[in-house]
Ligand binder design. Structure first.
Ligand SMILES: *[C@@H]1O[C@H](CO)[C@@H](O)[C@H](O)[C@H]1NC(C)=O
Ligand SMILES: *[C@@H]1O[C@H](CO)[C@@H](O)[C@H](O)[C@H]1NC(C)=O
Ligand SMILES: *[C@@H]1O[C@H](CO)[C@@H](O)[C@H](O)[C@H]1NC(C)=O
Ligand SMILES: *[C@@H]1O[C@H](CO)[C@@H](O)[C@H](O)[C@H]1NC(C)=O
Ligand SMILES: *[C@@H]1O[C@H](CO)[C@@H](O)[C@H](O)[C@H]1NC(C)=O
Ligand SMILES: *[C@@H]1O[C@H](CO)[C@@H](O)[C@H](O)[C@H]1NC(C)=O
Ligand SMILES: *[C@@H]1O[C@H](CO)[C@@H](O)[C@H](O)[C@H]1NC(C)=O
Ligand SMILES: *[C@@H]1O[C@H](CO)[C@@H](O)[C@H](O)[C@H]1NC(C)=O
Ligand SMILES: *[C@@H]1O[C@H](CO)[C@@H](O)[C@H](O)[C@H]1NC(C)=O
Ligand SMILES: *[C@@H]1O[C@H](CO)[C@@H](O)[C@H](O)[C@H]1NC(C)=O
Ligand SMILES: *[C@@H]1O[C@H](CO)[C@@H](O)[C@H](O)[C@H]1NC(C)=O
Ligand SMILES: *[C@@H]1O[C@H](CO)[C@@H](O)[C@H](O)[C@H]1NC(C)=O
Length: 794
């Protein structure tokens, strides 16, 4: 075979070989993998010789594909941008995507070289770690899309972007920019999308923005803007999205917004707007959110009737009057909760076939629930709670096969619970508490297989509690209190002693204890899963009796037997810093566990209550060491470690100001977080104490406990609660502990000022605490080392 014949044969089989990159670009590309400075580069010439076929590389001008037109290094793990000056030699580049890397700065080489590529249209640096002020983009005359969102850029924005004469889309969202909203953004009439949310911009919405006539999106939400919306905003005739949520804006909502024919979504929630909702505001809009403002007056009669309207949220305002009768059948979501609305629920709702969410809670609605509501086939959430609604619960509601949440609590509903309600096959939450419902609980209630929360509290329900409730396997919360229900006779109250201690064995009187728990006056503490009662025994000694509600529903242990086995194991433990069950009583709906009485109550109450001054450094240090001792003991249990499902200063009990005990050790054994609807963090732990990884795992871990313990240490050191003003203490401390000279400011000055020795010890303990609250679970020390470090800090 001649060479030419061979070649043509080869080309027939491999047409791609024709598509070769120009030699200069090829050599740039072959050099790049070395410059990226990452351990495993997805670009590997030994695996694929043609750079045009590498991941993220697009070559243009078919059929020759002679030049590179776009590069995406999305998520390559890059930490340095030095290689960019090399990339910028590719003068055919139209798009460069560096999103989702670890870049802390953009190299000068980039600005010098890439600025000269007139064809460069798209630049994406989003989701990196860029810091410092916004660099000036000189040249870049062709740039249309600039995305710098989700970085840590700061400072003011003046003229850095003024030379971007082709800029159509600018995204600076989620940075730390300050100063006023920038107005020199390339060329007015070119810019279409302006995304500036989640920054610290302040001052007014500048009228200069209104010169940008081609804007389709303005997102200024989550800033610190004040003043009112410029009335001339209505002249932005191409606007599709106007998002101003979560600022400090005031004044009235301009009526001119209703002139924008293209407007699809308008959000101005969480501001301080006053005055009335303008007539016509929803003429063209699909989504309107004006919740959490101070809007007053009536709901305009045309508001809900516009044909494009899908979502309306006016909740948390000062609106009065009634719900307009005319409603658009396109409505999907209607939220009018927490206003001063009255009158009855309109029967016109019945025509709303698309309605999925109806939330009218916390108003003054009266009259009865229209049976026609049963025709809203798409309804998945119905919240009419906290109104003045009378009449009966219509049986027709049983037709709502998609209904997941029914909240009708705190009304004046009478009659009986219609058995039809038990046909709601999707229902997860049923709250009809605090009404006047009578009659029995329908025995078919166990048909509600998806039920996770059922609250029938404080009605006039009578008869037996259906035994079939035991079949509701997903139930996490059941409240039947405040009725006249009878516990069925399968029920025997039998007390069991766990402790070997003779004094406790002779003190504990089960009948006396059950009398004590029958009275709410004896409640000393309520936590997420349990209620503590004080029970004084005939001998005069006090005990805690802790009630776990609806034990075998909340708990993964299907039977009393298994629960009893777990209690037997826990009852054999011995450690002075752990609350160990001494005895228990099991009933069909509750478990009662007995403990020694801790006279001082919870650490939380002492530390953050009026008695906080009593807690000097010596006590705080003793508490820290005691809790660490208790946890190290639990984590080190030889059979299997005992973890805390919920560890916070609210379940550290104090026998004296120096003797802490870790409580609630049984919860981890008996609650199954996987039965919760959300992530683990919705079940395990209290806000402020939840380690970051619980948001995406379903497993309680030792490292998770160490995190929560770290937060308790920080409470002892700072005197601050785990969460204050929405900020988590751990995050606040981590932020402030970066700088050595800030450390003193973290400490509770009332305590650290008492002596130099106390201050130095506190600083040493602070180091331990900071290690415990490391974001990465692997970086946290084990409880045993924590204890050793604390003892060394003495
Ligand atoms: C050349 O471009 C065409 C069209 O964009 C594409 O299908 C082909 O895979 C490219 N070839 C190479 C080698 O990149
Ligand atoms: C290359 O990466 C290593 C570690 O990832 C880093 O320490 C080094 O500074 C980087 N080199 C350059 C030139 O950026
Ligand atoms: C950058 O790449 C990511 C991942 O492919 C993509 O989601 C994003 O839209 C790209 N950016 C631009 C501006 O095209
Ligand atoms: C930045 O904003 C633009 C315009 O709204 C949008 O298309 C893009 O997806 C945003 N970038 C990120 C990372 O969300
Ligand atoms: C404004 O947008 C329109 C399309 O909506 C476009 O034709 C026009 O060129 C844009 N104006 C400028 C100056 O780019
Ligand atoms: C927001 O503005 C208010 C008043 O204008 C000011 O007190 C507050 O500190 C500002 N917040 C931030 C984060 O800049
Ligand atoms: C909004 O209304 C509340 C209660 O009526 C009032 O306390 C608050 O000052 C009002 N805020 C503004 C900005 O008007
Ligand atoms: C009920 O509405 C009033 C008035 O808007 C509000 O102040 C209150 O916080 C709301 N209550 C609840 C429980 O949301
Ligand atoms: C609704 O409240 C208004 C006052 O805001 C009152 O005049 C009217 O009588 C009330 N209507 C009903 C049905 O309660
Ligand atoms: C109901 O909701 C579904 C999506 O959940 C939607 O596709 C449908 O169009 C809605 N409307 C009706 C009348 O079913
Ligand atoms: C409920 O109605 C009663 C009498 O009809 C009235 O006195 C009461 O103020 C109303 N409560 C609310 C919250 O509207
Ligand atoms: C049910 O309503 C009561 C009374 O308002 C409230 O305390 C409870 O948290 C509600 N539970 C659910 C699951 O909605």
């Amino acid at each position: 075979m001649s060479l030419s014949l061979f070649l043509s044969f080869f080309f027939l089989l491999h047409p791609l070989v024709l598509a070769q990159l120009a030699e200069n670009q090829r050599s740039i590309m072959l050099n790049l993998p070395h410059l990226l400075n990452i351990s495993s580069s997805p670009w590997d010439v030994t695996k694929e010789p043609n750079p045009c076929l590498w991941q993220g590389v697009t070559c243009g001008d078919p059929p020759k594909n002679s030049s590179i037109i776009s590069l995406s290094l999305y998520g390559f793990g890059l930490s340095s941008s030095d290689f960019l000056s090399e990339v910028c030699r590719i003068d055919s580049l139209r798009s460069l995507n560096l999103s989702n890397n670890n870049l802390e700065s953009i190299s000068d080489g980039f600005f010098n070289s890439c600025g000269g590529i007139d064809g460069l249209k798209v630049l994406d640096f989003s989701s990196n770690r860029l810091v410092g002020p916004l660099p000036a983009f000189r040249n870049f005359v062709g740039l249309e899309v600039l995305d710098l969102s989700f970085n840590n850029l700061n400072g003011e924005i003046n003229s850095q972007l003024s030379q971007l004469v082709s800029l159509k889309s600018l995204n600076l969202s989620a940075n730390r920019f300050i100063g006023s909203v920038p107005t020199q953004l390339g060329k007015p009439s070119v810019l279409e999308q302006l995304q500036l949310s989640k920054n610290l911009f302040h001052g007014k919405i500048p009228v200069e923005l209104l010169a940008y006539m081609n804007l389709t999106l303005i997102d200024l939400s989550d800033n610190n803007l004040t003043g009112s919306i410029p009335v001339a905003i209505g002249s932005l005739s191409k606007l599709r999205f106007l998002l101003l949520s979560h600022n400090g804006l005031t004044g009235e909502i301009p009526k001119s917004i209703s002139n924008i024919i293209t407007l699809q979504r308008f959000a101005a929630n969480q501001n301080n707007f006053v005055g009335e909702v303008p007539v016509g505001i929803t003429r063209y809009i699909k989504i309107l959110d004006l919740s959490y403002n101070n809007l007053s007056g009536l709901i305009p009669s045309d508001l809900l009737s516009q044909s494009s309207l899908q979502h309306v949220d006016l909740s948390y305002n000062l609106l009065k009057g009634t719900i307009p009768e005319r409603m658009s059948s396109s409505l999907v979501r209607l939220r009018l909760g927490s206003n001063f609305l009255n009158g009855s629920i309109p029967t016109t709702l019945t025509k709303l076939q698309n309605l999925a969410y109806l939330e009218l809670e916390n108003n003054s609605f009266s009259g009865s629930i229209p049976p026609e509501l049963g025709a809203c086939q798409n309804l998945s959430l119905l919240n009419l709670a906290q109104n003045n609604i009378t009449g009966t619960l219509p049986a027709e509601l049983g037709h709502l096969t998609k209904l997941q949440v029914m909240k009708l609590q705190q009304n004046k509903l009478g009659g009986q619970i219609p058995p039809e309600i038990t046909q709601l096959q999707s229902l997860g939450i049923l709250n009809i508490s605090w009404n006047h419902l009578g009659g029995p609980i329908p025995s078919s209630i166990s048909n509600l297989k998806k039920l996770t929360n059922m609250n029938l509290q404080s009605n006039n329900l009578v008869g037996f509690i259906p035994v079939s409730l035991g079949d509701l396997n997903l139930l996490l919360e059941l409240n039947l209190g405040g009725n006249n229900l009878i516990i069925p006779p399968p029920q025997v109250i039998q007390g069991n002693l766990l402790t070997a201690n003779g004094i406790h064995r002779s003190n504990i009187d089960f009948n006396k204890a059950m009398e004590a728990v029958a009275s709410t006056e004896n409640i000393v503490l309520k936590t997420r899963f349990s209620t503590y009662y004080k029970a004084i025994m005939p001998s005069g000694t006090s005990y805690f009796v802790k009630k776990l509600s609806w034990s075998d529903k909340l708990f993964q242990l299907g039977s009393h037997d298994k629960f009893e086995q777990e209690l037997q194991v826990l009852g054999r433990l011995s450690n002075s810093n752990v609350m160990i069950p001494l005895a228990y009583v099991l009933t069909v709906d509750s478990a009662y566990l007995f403990y020694e009485y801790a006279a001082k109550g919870t650490l939380y109450d002492i530390l953050h209550g009026s008695a906080k001054d009593a807690l000097d450094w010596a006590s705080r240090y003793s508490i820290a060491v005691g809790v660490a001792q208790g946890l190290a003991f639990l984590h080190g249990c030889t059979s299997s470690p005992i973890l805390l499902l919920d560890l916070s200063s609210k379940n550290i009990m104090l026998r004296s100001l120096k003797e802490p005990q870790v409580a609630d050790i049984e919860l981890y054994k008996v609650i199954d977080p996987s039965k919760s609807t959300g992530s683990l963090s919705t079940v395990a732990g209290s806000v402020g104490y939840i380690p970051p990884e619980y948001a995406y795992t379903m497993r309680v871990t030792m490292a998770g406990n160490v995190y929560s313990f770290g937060v308790i240490l920080l409470e002892l050191l700072t005197g601050k609660p785990a969460v204050s003003e929405g900020t988590e203490l751990a995050k606040w401390v981590l932020r402030n502990s970066m700088q050595q000279n800030n450390l003193d400011r973290i400490l509770d000055f009332n305590i650290s000022k008492t002596s130099l020795a106390a201050r130095n010890q506190m600083l040493a303990v602070l180091k331990v605490a900071v290690a415990c609250v490391s974001a990465s679970p692997e970086a946290r020390p084990k409880m045993k080392s924590v204890l050793r470090m604390l003892l060394n800090a003495r």
